[in-house]
Design a protein around this ligand. Structure first.
Ligand SMILES: O=C(O)C(=O)C[C@]1(C(=O)O)C=C[C@@H](O)C=C1
Length: 189
């Protein structure tokens, strides 16, 4: 059986999938399929019938207005909720590169409220560029074209030890995760 979620292996989604495999003995042998975006999984539901799909309720698309709440209704007859559970995401950090392009921020759309809070407190107007995962946000931030990003603390520390960024804030949110079984779409009459 396949279990679809967001990759690469540094994402919270990957970590949540590993947690699930430990929790459910019958998922131990599930084949994990990591996608570049959740949008990719939603787009290919027809090809994924019978498989499992793990997504955080915080999901928001970087490519459209898609989000977990809307998609849960939109795909009501295809996506069957098998389980919901809580599992904290890995601590996040808001980082600032003083040499980056003034006011440019690259981040996952699920974390936008955190940077909005910072920009309001600082009275600064920022330009937000959204990407499909925090892993991608870090890759782009490392190019030095951005002043801000919100990334996973551990991944940042192991990849960016020799950078001169400022760490402006740290966050430790909890998260609700939703496990779906992908069913056969009933055609509306
Ligand atoms: O980027 C990741 O690491 C993810 O697993 C995605 C995701 C999300 O889609 O909401 C998961 C939890 C966090 O809220 C931010 C990003």
């Amino acid at each position: 059986m396949k279990l679809h979620t967001l990759g690469p292996e540094t994402t919270d989604s990957y970590k949540a999938a590993m947690y699930l495999r430990e929790m459910y003995l019958d998922l131990e042998d599930a084949e994990l399929v990591l996608h570049d975006s959740f949008d990719d999984i939603y787009r290919k539901l027809d090809d994924e019938q019978g498989d499992l799909f793990l997504v955080p309720v915080a999901y928001r698309s970087a490519q459209s207005n898609g989000n977990w709440a809307d998609n849960n209704l939109k795909y009501w007859d295809t996506l069957k909720i098998m389980d919901v559970f809580k599992l904290p995401i890995m601590p996040l950090v808001l980082v600032r590169n003083p040499d980056g392009k003034d006011g440019e921020a690259v981040l996952h759309p699920s974390t936008k409220e955190l940077i909005k809070e910072y920009s309001l407190n600082q009275g600064r107007k920022l330009h937000l560029e959204f990407v499909d995962s925090k892993a991608e946000a870090l890759r782009k931030f490392e190019s030095d074209k951005y002043e801000f990003s919100i990334v996973t603390k551990d991944v940042y520390q192991s990849n960016c030890a020799d950078r001169q960024d400022e760490v402006l804030a740290e966050y430790e949110p909890n998260m609700v995760w939703c496990l779906y079984r992908i069913g056969i779409q009933q055609k509306a009459v």
